[in-house]
Design a protein around this ligand. Sequence first.
Ligand code: ARG
Length: 472
Amino acid sequence: MSEAMWGGRFTKTVDEMVNEFQASINFDKRMYHEDIAGSIAHAIMLSKCGIISEDDCGAILAGLKDIEGQIEAGEFDFSVDLEDIHMNIEKRLTEAIGEAGGRLHTARSRNDQVALDTHMYVRRETVAVLREILNLQAALVETAKANQDVIMPGYTHLQRAQPILFAHHLLAYFGMLSRDFARFEGVYQRADIMPLGAGALAGTTFPIDRELVARQLNFQQIYGNSLDAVSDRDYIMEFLSAASILMVHLSRLSEETILWCSREFSFVELDDAHCTGSSMMPQKKNPDVSELVRGKTGRVVGHLMAMLATVKGLPLAYNKDLQEDKEGIFDAIDTVKFSLGVYAQLIRGMKVKKEVMRRAVAEDFSNATDLADYLVKKGMPFRQAHAVSGTAVHTCLEKGCYLQDMSLEEYKKLSELFEEDIYEAISPETCVANRNSLGGTSYAQAARQLAAAEELLAAENKLQEELAQKQI
Ligand code: ARG
């Protein structure tokens, strides 16, 4: 008979290489807290339902708490021979308390146990991700607020397009992050369903009380189908998908940060504490944080692809393939939390070079639309005004000047509608202030956005705190 906890029907021990290949302990040990909390709730339920005695339950609870202490003190020896966190803990428990330990797994399978642990782990980490999203959102709001009068060129095709407020640009990322927040809130809902009691796949012959387990572990819902309970990895795919979208947002912000702190743009300067140098070129100051976040985005997207492909062809219910759900999501959790955390620091430490941005706007034609709009407001059809403004740009290019440098006389040659007020109409400040349509870049709209952002932040904070309270 094999020594393994399931060794009864085996005549040989598992091949050493297979043993190592199939073990998950090296990565699933990070769910030890969830495994113990889940086992405590299960044992209490078994005893309340008269399936195990109160004495056995008491011994199990004490033994489990002891084991948790050992793990936290770094005194627990994890064994690859015991495959995973579930069997490592159960085996140690039985060694410590004897027969009672052997009763813990009554009416339970590792299939519903691992599902329970992972749900709880993802639920808790989702709350931690929400916290980090909030932190970065707050950093964006602070920076936008501190730079409300800063004008920069807005781009399309990475060509200067129209002047915008720097705050408006930052608040665009706030908007993306608030959708990320909502997406992770959705992930939370789907992780907040209790699978225990599904047994291996079909339920159990014991008179268990799943509601009691759900209540103890603060689950909002219980899976209504045991096959679904042990096979569902939607919440993991959803986490990875929300994480991928979030990372894509951070990656776009990274690309912009990298451009902005280049000599060519020089719109911002990153804090020395957030950059590194070159081992060869003494002058270098590299935006590594942004580059790494941009780089790590690929990894998170890769984990999503891996998970989708893993689940794609699986028959119900549990298949060992599902063990592959963990390394990807664990890495994605770490990457997302880290990336959000360093980005909040980076934004807070960034020096905004207002004068450089202002010069970039002045030395350009990003007010050409405003020139056309000026004529339209004086009665000219837009298509014709567009052509006049285009001709003005062309004239300037030939002369080597900008629109604000042309004389009124020259303007009059293009259209009689031009008056002295044209110069005021095409100044960057006017260009910005006049874009006062809802959600536009005007000072008034940016102030409105800021107020809305602060209100949303307060509501998100409240929700995050409520969810944090519910964690075991
Ligand atoms: N370590 C496994 C996993 O992560 C636990 C479930 C194993 N169940 C089984 N019947 N082999 O998925």
